[in-house]
Design a protein around this ligand. Structure first.
Ligand code: IFM
Length: 451
């Protein structure tokens, strides 16, 4: 396999999942600090208070990433570090990212900066959170502050990571922070997350700065060929994928999905004001594609029966247990779905694509100082082949980021799911590069063709 010249080979992390140091240098609390501190929200009562201590160990971690041969690092900035109350800039908080970016550049690693990966300042949640329109404006202000501080060195920007999860898991099913369970509220939150993306992109994108957002796609595979199966797949695909993609591509919200969600109290329609969809359609330079697994969907005989899918608009269908081979999380491994997803996205727009997250959790063990994670090596090999197939078939894919650089705090699952290229012993903070990290690095080095 050879990949195009200039291809970005990287690994990704997110601030709350790796940084720790939640009280250092004046950082304010985020919704995840609050959520994780509440009883029964995170497996084992785990929190991100220490996580991988990346705040203090970032130089070591970047050294390991560069040593593998990767040429890009996708990380996120913690809004409550830069603005402890969500509004007022903290120089010491911002200085951390200054150091991080300088460290990356000193090692010839391209920084790919995500502005929002779910750690909303608690003060802004107290003021209404994402269901409140003003949060989108606060985000635009925050984005401008980070851009002014780092824009001389950071060229690659992602506004929001996986607005689907931030909205529907945070405000719909409530399994993520802030733990609200209300479908109508989740839809409004989703709109404001997209609006935040658009406001920041419109204000900050310009020559020398590439803007993007990262969407998590779950292609819907109907478990049968009847019209009812096709309808179940349409519904799932609509709310999970097209509801976010279409407005970003300038098509507004898909009409079928708007019709599906209408019965949820109607607050979504009222939240979308004149001109909003133009803002959300602010031109981006590439689309971040986060891919893990498809969803196998089947219609319910009784459309009003309770569904196992706790999302708005998903009455009348069930998501079936995934067929093997599974990851430790129980997620299906389907590399060919990644090829078809990238091809489908290419048919939807001419935007360059970057696989901004792809990876798998497995049970890993350190034996004699090494981690032989053959299953993950195989996972990466097959998914890279899938990306390569898509490129061969005409998709304009410009990069691949493994999730994740480090084993880390996996949200509601605490520390039970290891996704890293690098094993982290959370007792000692000892790092051990896994075979999968070496494998990915070898592929990257073999393909390190300059632009
Ligand atoms: O850990 C998460 C990440 O924060 C967002 N995308 C999916 C990953 C694995 O669940």
């Amino acid at each position: 396999m050879t990949f195009p010249a200039g291809f970005r080979w990287g690994a990704a992390t997110a601030s709350y999942q790796v940084e720790g140091a939640v009280a250092a240098d004046g950082r304010g609390p985020s919704i995840w600090d609050t959520f994780a501190a509440a009883d029964g929200k995170v497996l084992g009562g785990a929190t991100g208070a220490v996580a991988c201590d990346h705040y203090h160990r970032y130089a070591e971690d970047i050294g390991l990433l560069a040593g593998l041969g990767l040429n890009a690092y996708r990380f996120s900035v913690a809004w409550p570090r830069v603005m402890p109350d969500g509004r007022t800039t903290s120089a010491p908080g911002l200085a951390f990212y200054d150091r991080l970016v300088d460290e990356l550049l000193s090692r010839d690693v391209t920084p790919v900066l995500t502005l929002y990966h779910w750690d909303l300042p608690q003060a802004l949640e107290d003021a209404g959170g994402w269901p409140e329109r003003d949060t989108a404006s606060r985000f635009a202000d925050y984005a401008a502050v980070v851009h002014a501080a780092l824009g001389d060195r950071v060229r690659q920007w992602t506004t929001v990571n996986e607005p689907f999860c931030a909205a529907f898991l945070g405000y719909g099913s409530g399994v993520h922070a802030p733990g609200v369970q209300d479908h109508d509220t989740a839809l409004v939150a989703a709109h404001h997350l997209l609006l935040a993306h658009g406001l920041a992109t419109r204000a900050l994108a310009g020559p020398g700065h590439e803007f993007s957002l990262a969407l998590n796609f779950a292609p819907a595979i109907p478990d049968g060929s009847s019209p009812a199966h096709a309808e179940a797949a349409r519904k799932f695909d609509g709310i999970h994928n097209r509801f976010f993609l279409d407005p970003v591509l300038g098509r507004g919200y898909p009409e079928d999905v708007v019709a599906d969600v209408e019965h949820h109290g109607g607050r979504f329609a009222a939240a979308v004001r004149d001109g909003d969809t133009d803002v959300i359609a602010a031109p981006i330079d590439w689309l971040g594609v986060n891919y893990y697994a498809p969803a196998r969907v089947t219609p319910l005989e009784d459309p009003l029966a309770p569904s196992n899918c706790p999302l708005p608009a998903l009455r009348g269908l069930d998501v079936l247990p995934a067929p093997p081979p599974l990851t430790a999380f129980g997620w299906e491994q389907s590399p060919s779905t990644l090829t078809s997803l990238l091809k489908w996205l290419s048919s939807q727009s001419n935007l360059p694509l970057v696989v901004a997250e792809n990876g798998a959790s497995f049970v890993d063990q350190v034996v004699d100082g090494r981690v032989y994670d053959a299953a993950r090596v195989n996972y990466f090999m097959e998914h890279l082949r899938a990306v390569h197939d898509a490129i061969r078939l005409g998709a304009d894919v410009r990069g691949y980021f493994a999730w994740s650089l480090l084993d880390n705090f996996e949200w509601a699952m605490g520390y039970t799911q290891r996704f890293g290229l690098i094993h982290v012993d959370f007792e000692t903070q000892q790092r051990t590069v896994k075979e999968s990290g070496r494998f990915l690095g070898r592929v990257a080095k073999a393909n390190a063709l300059p632009d």
